[in-house]
Design a protein around this ligand. Structure first.
Ligand code: ZN
Length: 263
């Protein structure tokens, strides 16, 4: 618990540009403290006593969620297992755009020989280029793969971002678009009048959210012209592997394919 308190304090005290450096030191110490054999993180390829509780502002912390060393949570470990299987043995060069890059995933993909890797974000110091995903400065049909996890709910015009993703993907290229989906909501909840941090906090429970996706998330992706393939990865894994990797059932991968005929 003591170690889990340090991070939010550092977030307040440290300048944004210095955070990745200090966070890596803090996570390294934490990984040492929790070393063990009970669980295995495929992202940093190490074993620990346990994964740690984790939750963003407005959420109740989830048990067995965060890797003590690399900071990956359930969705990152699932995504990496999926990407590793699908990218590592790909025999042609792939051009990948990674939005809002997670440090551990970025460091792994940067070193894969068959990948031309670009990361982008509107303000993250981890990203290689600055980018507004609703107005992307890239040519049509220029990427094979786009990765964008838990970003769209923070974008004012998510449909514009989806249109941009489809535009810059090559035909038959695909985007992995992950978002938090509340399964008890049939329709995505938006409130355009919640236009300040305080109003968003009151409405969504977070100061920077623009919407909470419901079960119509797939319909929204489809309406942008993608063909959707839902990989039910969290359900496919055995209980033993779910416990080992810290991945929960119901964690899915949303693969959005640009149809071959759309140029
Ligand atoms: Zn890890």
């Amino acid at each position: 618990m003591y170690l889990n308190i340090i991070r939010p304090i550092g977030k307040i005290l440290l300048p944004k540009s210095l955070r990745p450096f200090f966070v890596s030191i803090y996570f390294g110490l934490r990984g040492f403290f929790y070393r063990g054999k009970e669980v295995y993180c495929p992202c940093c390829e190490r074993s620990y006593r346990k994964f740690l509780p984790y939750g963003i502002i407005g959420e109740k912390p989830r048990d067995d969620a965060q890797c003590p060393k690399c900071g990956s949570v359930e969705r990152h470990r699932m995504l990496w297992l999926y990407l590793k299987k699908n990218l590592e043995n790909h025999d042609v060069q792939l051009k990948i755009l990674h939005i809002a890059p997670e440090n551990i995933l970025q460091s792994k993909m940067k070193h894969m020989k068959n990948i031309e890797y670009v990361s982008a974000d509107i303000d993250s110091p981890l990203a290689m280029v600055k980018m507004d995903i609703t107005d992307i400065d890239s040519a049509d049909n220029s990427f094979d793969v786009i990765l964008c996890s838990h970003v769209l709910e923070y974008v004012f015009d998510d449909m514009k971002a989806l249109a941009e993703f489809k535009r810059i993907l090559k035909p038959e290229g695909y985007a992995i678009l992950q978002s938090k989906i509340e399964q008890n909501r049939d329709k995505t909840f938006e409130d355009r009048e919640a236009d300040t941090s305080q109003k968003k906090m009151d409405v969504f429970g977070q100061p920077d959210l623009h919407r909470i996706y419901g079960k119509d998330f797939i319909d929204r992706l489809q309406s942008s012209g993608f063909e959707i393939c839902v990989e039910k990865y969290g359900d496919i894994l055995s209980l033993k592997d779910r416990n080992k990797f810290g991945i929960k059932s119901g964690e899915y991968i949303y693969k959005c394919i640009k149809p071959a005929w759309q140029v």
